[in-house]
Write a protein that binds this ligand. Structure first.
Ligand code: BGC
Length: 740
């Protein structure tokens, strides 16, 4: 349908709609939970808290949930009071709500929004892990698989990708983010939005760039906390992935929970209208984060929920996610003469336009449980998830210990190795953790012939030392030890900030005891954030560390592929690992200081931790080695309107096939504003046979060498630049070039 046709159909619809029906379009509802026992309140939030604090087991939580019933709001749907839905993960129930909305007077189809963050039923690695693959093709594979499973299940709107640049390991939602670098995040944003829009058999799908804006800069890494940053930082660090998404035509943007420099994002007109629409050119609709409209009252920016609704809508927040403030107050505000009806029309039109653009009026959803069963979690999808997952595992340390070959008795230790839910990880509500392959299962299934895998729990993420003795005794008799430590699914993600980045409970204590046993061993980390694991890195008794994140459905198989050498690790960190939480936010592309950290006392550093991070951005080892040589700038003269072309040679100097992520950084030596010490500008993943050498050529336009000044004007200045190409943000070859 052409733009004009869409507009005409929206006009025709709007003419028939009552004010209530228009408000319905911008009301996003979720099922209401009611407890079946008389007099008992369904307080799921408190129950989740109790479970996260370990006060009740997951089983107890599930038992309580079983006492609850979901009210699907079918009456409200039939009355045309709900235009968008959220947070319903059951296919049969989704079919019910979709059918109810089709019974409404004008039969306007429902937007069914779901947090498809890491796949739908087949769960892929966390976004932070996905970013570590530095491979846009893998994001496309994830999106394609997720889209297929979600569409067949009735979902037509994805509440992702999450594009918050995150630089503070304390922030739980760092796990959902692409990491600390705006360029890498922008590349990922573009690929994901384009793939959601691609019509490759399953149809295009509505997607959402979230959370606008600078949610990752939450003060102190504490979730939902205030964000106080300069406009220049907003433009330079936090906006680029959103710009990339908008340029790729993203349909929806989710406004964030927090206040940005004093105004909650949901009611910030300068942010949602002046910047997002007028300056960045966004043309879709804006949805609030969950209940963020009514949170304007707790922020103390609105006197009551009616005012919150008015302020948010006027600011440009089109859809109210689950506050019900638009539904409850907008009509009255119009009747009282406090709000122009036209503002509601504008927002409702934006939603209707998307419904038409994506053909929701014309292609009716047909619920087919048999078809769903065939598509979701299919062997094909699981194979893709495995292939992707193994490419996200980062080898942090390897003293000739990995891959594991010719070991007869391998002992796996640690509760996380056998915990399906932890391995599935956070933000996987649509998944089925029961289908996840654990590390124990994966190693058992994939071990070479003659290798025996045994398991002992030994230690867990909470404090108990009960299993230590048994595990240590068994460890003495093993040929190889795989110890799995880290975080449960609930220790990162939303509302899961941590002030301490060490391994929780008695994990460190156990691992240090284990280190004293003279048997080769690898520690596998299962976690959502950079952890302060200096004691493992430094300990000679621990020969290898693998960062295996939360890998999702195919966890155990992907780990086995790397551990036994079927896949040679290639992933590299997209967040800096600080030595201690006190250094956070710690990130590679920080501005130059006047006194860069060094051995002299009066330089910028902490007294009690090393200046260098534990592991820098871009870091990751391989089972082979790579040598960089002959860095060259090919362009004879680089002018403001031309390109920088450069080249480096990379050789596989080890004895096995491997892939390397070649990274290009620049540094503007003298500029009108203080510039970062390094900025990632390009990267490339290459594959090399042993002894093979490749020339890697990069080009970037001079326009990409600029920056935002203090008035947020983008400037490109002539001068001298450092150019680095290497394996991570710390190492690499260096030369200078002039921009004339
Ligand atoms: C999160 C969003 C999510 C929404 C709906 C909120 O708590 O911040 O990212 O899309 O819930 O589940």
């Amino acid at each position: 349908m052409t733009r004009k046709e869409i507009e005409q159909r929206v006009d025709a619809l709007m003419e028939q709609m009552t004010l209530e029906e228009k408000i319905g379009q911008i009301n996003q509802a979720s099922p209401a939970t009611v407890c079946t026992l008389p007099g008992v309140e369904a307080d799921i939030d408190s129950w989740v808290t109790e479970m996260m604090e370990g006060k009740i087991s997951e089983q107890k939580f599930q038992e309580r949930l079983a006492m609850c019933e979901e009210n699907l709001r079918l009456d409200e749907l039939e009355a045309g009071e709900i235009g968008c839905f959220v947070n319903l993960y059951d296919d049969a129930k989704l079919a019910q709500v979709i059918a109810a909305s089709k019974k409404s007077r004008l039969q306007i189809p429902l937007l069914v929004g779901v947090d498809v963050i890491r796949g739908y039923r087949t769960i892929f690695p966390t976004p932070l892990a996905m970013a570590a693959a530095w491979d846009p093709k893998l994001h496309r594979k994830l999106v394609k698989t997720a889209k297929k499973e979600a569409i067949v299940s009735g979902v037509n709107w994805v509440l992702g990708p999450m594009l918050d640049v995150a630089r503070d390991g304390r922030w739980g939602r760092i796990v959902e983010s692409p990491g600390e670098d705006p360029y890498l995040a922008s590349v990922i944003a573009k690929e994901m939005v384009e793939e959601y829009h691609a019509d490759n058999g399953d149809g295009p799908m509505i997607c959402t760039a979230k959370h606008f804006a600078a949610y990752g800069a939450a003060s102190g890494g504490q979730d939902y906390n205030t964000v106080s940053i300069s406009m220049q930082q907003l433009y330079e660090t936090y906006l680029p992935p959103f710009r990339a998404a908008v340029d790729a035509g993203v349909d929806c943007v989710m406004s964030a929970f927090h206040d940005l420099n004093g105004i909650p994002c949901v009611c910030d007109k300068e942010l949602l209208t002046d910047l997002l629409r007028d300056e960045m050119g966004f043309q879709g609709f804006v949805v609030s984060d969950a209940e963020a409209v009514k949170q304007c009252v707790s922020h103390g920016i609105s006197g009551d929920e009616a005012e919150a609704a008015k302020m948010s809508l006027l600011a440009g927040n089109d859809v109210d996610m689950t506050s019900y403030d638009y539904r409850n107050y907008l009509k009255k505000l119009v009747e009282d003469g406090q709000l122009e009806e036209e503002v509601i029309h504008t927002a409702a039109r934006r939603v209707l336009e998307k419904k038409l653009e994506y053909g929701l009026f014309d292609k009716e959803y047909v619920y087919d449980p048999e078809k769903i069963r065939k598509i979701v979690l299919s062997e094909e999808h699981r194979a893709i998830a495995r292939e992707v997952a193994r490419q996200t595992i980062v080898l942090l340390k390897n003293e000739d210990v990995l891959p594991v070959r010719e070991k007869k008795r391998i002992l796996v230790i640690g509760e996380l190795a056998d915990d399906k839910e932890a391995l599935t990880g956070p933000w996987a509500f649509t998944g089925d953790s029961g289908k996840t392959v654990t590390i124990v299962e994966g190693l058992q299934k994939n071990a070479p012939e003659g290798t025996e895998i045994s398991y002992v729990k030994g230690f867990g993420v909470h404090d108990s030392r009960e299993g230590f003795a048994e595990a240590l005794e068994k460890a003495e008799n093993a040929d190889f030890i795989v110890a799995v430590a880290g975080e449960t699914a609930f220790m990162s993600g939303e509302a899961a900030s941590r002030a301490d980045l060490h391994l929780s409970g008695a994990q460190e204590e156990f691992l240090l005891k284990l280190a004293g046993i003279d048997v080769p061993k690898a520690v596998l980390l299962v976690n959502g954030r950079p952890l302060a694991i200096g004691c493992l890195k430094e300990n000679v008794g621990i020969g290898a560390i693998l960062e295996t994140w939360h890998l999702g459905t195919e966890s155990g198989n992907a780990v086995a592929d790397v551990l036994f050498g079927a896949y040679n690790p290639s992933a590299k960190l997209t967040v800096t690992f600080a030595n201690e939480a006190g250094q956070e936010p710690m990130y590679y592309n920080h501005p130059n200081t006047g006194k860069p950290g060094g051995s002299f006392r009066f330089t910028s550093k902490y007294q009690d931790v090393p200046i260098e991070p534990l592991y820098p951005f871009g870091y990751g080892l391989s089972y082979t080695t790579f040598q960089y040589s002959e860095l060259e700038v090919l362009t004879p003269e680089i002018r403001l309107d031309s390109e920088l072309n450069c080249r480096v040679k990379v050789k596989n100097t080890g004895d096995c096939f491997g892939e390397e992520i070649v990274q290009l950084y620049i540094h503007d030596k003298v500029a009108g504003c203080v510039r970062p010490v390094k900025e990632l500008k390009r990267f490339m993943k290459i594959a090399l046979q042993p002894g093979e050498q490749k020339e890697c050529e990069f080009s970037l336009s001079a326009a990409e060498l600029g920056y935002y000044d203090r008035s947020c004007n983008y400037v490109v200045e002539p001068g001298t630049f450092d150019l680095y190409i290497g394996p991570d943000s710390r190492e690499g070859l260096h030369m200078e070039f002039e921009l004339k």
